[in-house]
Design a protein around this ligand. Structure first.
Ligand SMILES: Cc1cc2nc3c(=O)[nH]c(=O)nc-3n(C[C@H](O)[C@H](O)[C@H](O)COP(=O)(O)O)c2cc1C
Length: 340
């Protein structure tokens, strides 16, 4: 049905073992067996989020996913999570066909372990240096993510990463672009530039099958691109892990807390470790509160800048039909343009 897009998709589709190389990025508290299966049923590729799950809960989620779909899927592991090694053990024992390493890049031993268990390995890269390092380490594919993305972000935009990394490495290794992609037209152009496929998160929140609270989705529906802001960091004495999320009361209070702690540091009223601990404690549990309880005022509304394009909530198959149809039409437009 989508001849031009299918032909452009061949490499990414073969690597992932699915029809369309469109990945539903793992989202902690969001990406469960139902979301993975819904993605699979549309010909896309789903990822379970290991997040901070108990290892047994991850194992149960893998089994649930297998009961819902026969198509390949992956597990996204946060390398700095306390249970990372246990999660990796579960993924290997369960012979999950794909493992994604997220957060800080993995060590060679972890990549080797996954490969020895028969898993294909993917890793996030958000800078040229990390991409080069992971390719040299022998990772099977890259998720190249620009700072427009929702959730934890790197420092460089997708457009620059496409020129710095994608153009340089596209013939050596499959590269899936992420960050700021929400339309079929953008998917087509990113793949014309040599991406094997794409990963999206924000857009898939707006699917019926996504378990996020209705108020979380409603906040996405009404948000503009400019509302999805990176966490501000005011002082190098208090480093903050950058996260892109919709601004709300919680993010205002976090900024106020930072400014208050900086003043206390200046006056010698608090030591740096204590201040850092208060900073790190602030967002604990905040994503779960937003996703599960619908606390859109004080929870963490992780969202990418593409939130302004996310549209209304629809069944996943309607999201895919729109993406694929728009990608195909765009490729026809490009072909006609080149033929004149
Ligand atoms: C609510 C939310 C939670 C996320 N959680 C994770 C996560 O746990 N692990 C991860 O690797 N990426 C996470 N991401 C990033 C997505 O997997 C994906 O790479 C990103 O959303 C792509 O950019 P986009 O938002 O512009 O589509 C999250 C994104 C969102 C919006």
């Amino acid at each position: 049905v989508y001849p031009r897009f299918s032909s452009l998709s061949e490499r990414g589709a073969a690597f992932l073992g699915v029809k369309h190389p469109i990945i539903c990025g793992a989202m902690t508290w969001v990406s469960d067996a139902e979301l993975v299966a819904a993605t699979s049923h549309c010909g896309g590729f789903g990822l379970l989020a290991a997040g901070n799950l108990e290892p047994d809960a991850l194992l149960a989620e893998i089994e649930r996913t297998r009961a819902l779909t026969d198509t390949p899927f992956g597990v996204n592991l946060i390398t700095i999570a306390p249970s990372f090694q246990a999660h990796l053990d579960v993924a290997c024992e369960m012979h999950v066909p794909y493992v994604v390493f997220a957060a800080v890049f993995p060590d060679a031993k972890s990549v080797e372990k996954a490969k020895d268990a028969g898993c294909k390995t993917l890793c996030f890269a958000s800078t040229d240096a990390v991409a080069t390092r992971m390719i040299r380490m022998g990772i099977d594919a890259l998720l190249l993510e620009g700072s427009e993305a929702g959730g934890h972000i790197g420092p460089v935009s997708s457009l620059v990463l496409m020129q710095e990394v994608l153009l340089r490495w596209r013939d050596e290794i499959p590269i899936f672009m992420a960050g700021g992609i929400a339309t079929g037209q953008a998917i087509a152009h990113v793949m014309l530039m040599g991406a094997a496929g794409v990963q999206m998160g924000t857009r898939f929140i707006m699917s019926d099958e996504c378990r996020a609270h209705p108020d979380f989705k409603e906040a996405f529906r009404t948000a503009h691109a400019r509302d999805a802001m990176a966490t501000p960091s005011f002082d190098s004495r208090l480093p903050v892990i950058p996260v892109r999320a919709l601004r709300n009361e919680g993010s205002k209070q976090f900024a106020a807390l930072q400014l208050e702690l900086i003043q206390q540091l200046d006056r010698g009223e608090i030591d740096r470790n204590k201040a850092q601990e208060l900073i790190e404690r602030f967002w604990i549990g905040a994503l779960r509160r937003a996703v599960e309880e619908g606390d859109v005022a004080h929870g963490s509304l992780m969202a990418g800048q593409s939130v302004g394009l996310a549209g209304a909530v629809k069944p996943m198959h309607a999201v895919f039909e729109e993406l694929l149809g728009d990608a195909e039409t765009e490729l026809e437009r490009v072909a006609a343009q080149l033929a004149t």
